[in-house]
Design a protein. Structure first.
Length: 264
């Protein structure tokens, strides 16, 4: 079993209730990464529902999640032949930390036309970008993040005002990504506002929506993480994720607050 599978495992605690553990290796500072926390919720939904895969999931982050046990409660709202709708709450020490709503389906059974006007950015291949791997956060012990656009923000302290990061993403243990993994990868990159103001400050996520379009092929993922507007300390980030075959496998949007350090 891969590290990610093990560290997002859930166990039943009664009807529609599940237990999970927030593990080391997935934190930003002392707080669990929001995408990892969403993956815990996504895993519980997958276990509880009749459909296995997230199609769309929307979460509101009510309070930070720390290491240790969490409890999840899943409620089925409605179900059609191909889609099941549900809500899920994540609590830690009795406090509600995250509330999500989701639509689940079987991605292998999706049928219909394909069209896109979005193409992956042209970047060095994954194997050519080994020197760009990030290592300064705990989460980089679990995720191989190779920043192919915007690395100078971290290596040289230089902003480029692009509002965009592009990176290769993969599990450090070489595990192939799956649909639940995409919930985590959608929030694993640094906030693009770092390209505007520098890599400091606090950027708590308010809300995150991830749409999964297909199961990813084995191999590294390429992600573009971009912000176009900051308004009175509130920003959005749009994320596009392509698999190793060049197929768009997930898109995401999050709302977050920008909290700059106070001047001395």
């Amino acid at each position: 079993m891969s590290q990610f599978m093990s560290d997002t495992a859930v166990s039943p605690r009664g009807e529609s209730r599940w237990r999970a553990e927030v593990h080391l290796g997935w934190r930003i500072g002392s707080v669990a990464n929001g995408g990892y926390v969403l993956a815990l919720v996504g895993r519980a939904l997958s276990e509880a529902l009749n459909q296995p895969d997230p199609l769309s999931i929307n979460a509101f982050y009510l309070a930070p999640v720390a290491l240790g046990e969490v409890e999840l409660a899943v409620e089925s709202i409605s179900e059609t032949r191909s889609t099941q709708f549900a809500s899920a709450d994540l609590r830690q020490e009795g406090q509600l930390k995250l509330r999500a709503t989701a639509a689940y389906t079987d991605l292998d059974l999706l049928k219909g036309p394909d069209w896109t006007n979005v193409t992956p950015p042209k970047v060095p291949a994954f194997d050519e970008a080994a020197s760009l791997a990030m290592s300064h956060l705990e989460i980089h012990q679990s995720i191989d993040l190779r920043m192919v656009q915007g690395a100078e923000v971290f290596t040289d302290g230089q902003t480029n005002s692009s509002g965009e990061f592009v990176a290769w993403l993969a599990h450090k243990d070489g595990a192939a990504p799956g649909p639940i993994d995409l919930l985590m990868f959608a929030d694993i990159m640094p906030p693009p506002i770092f390209t505007l103001y520098g890599a400091y400050g606090w950027v708590p996520t308010v809300e995150l929506t991830v749409q999964v379009r297909r199961k990813p092929a084995a191999g590294p993922l390429l992600a573009r993480h971009s912000t176009r507007q900051v308004t009175r300390g509130v920003a959005e980030t749009d994320t596009e994720i392509w698999d190793s075959d060049g197929d768009l496998v997930a898109i995401a949007r999050q709302t977050y607050k920008v909290r700059m350090p106070k001047a001395d």
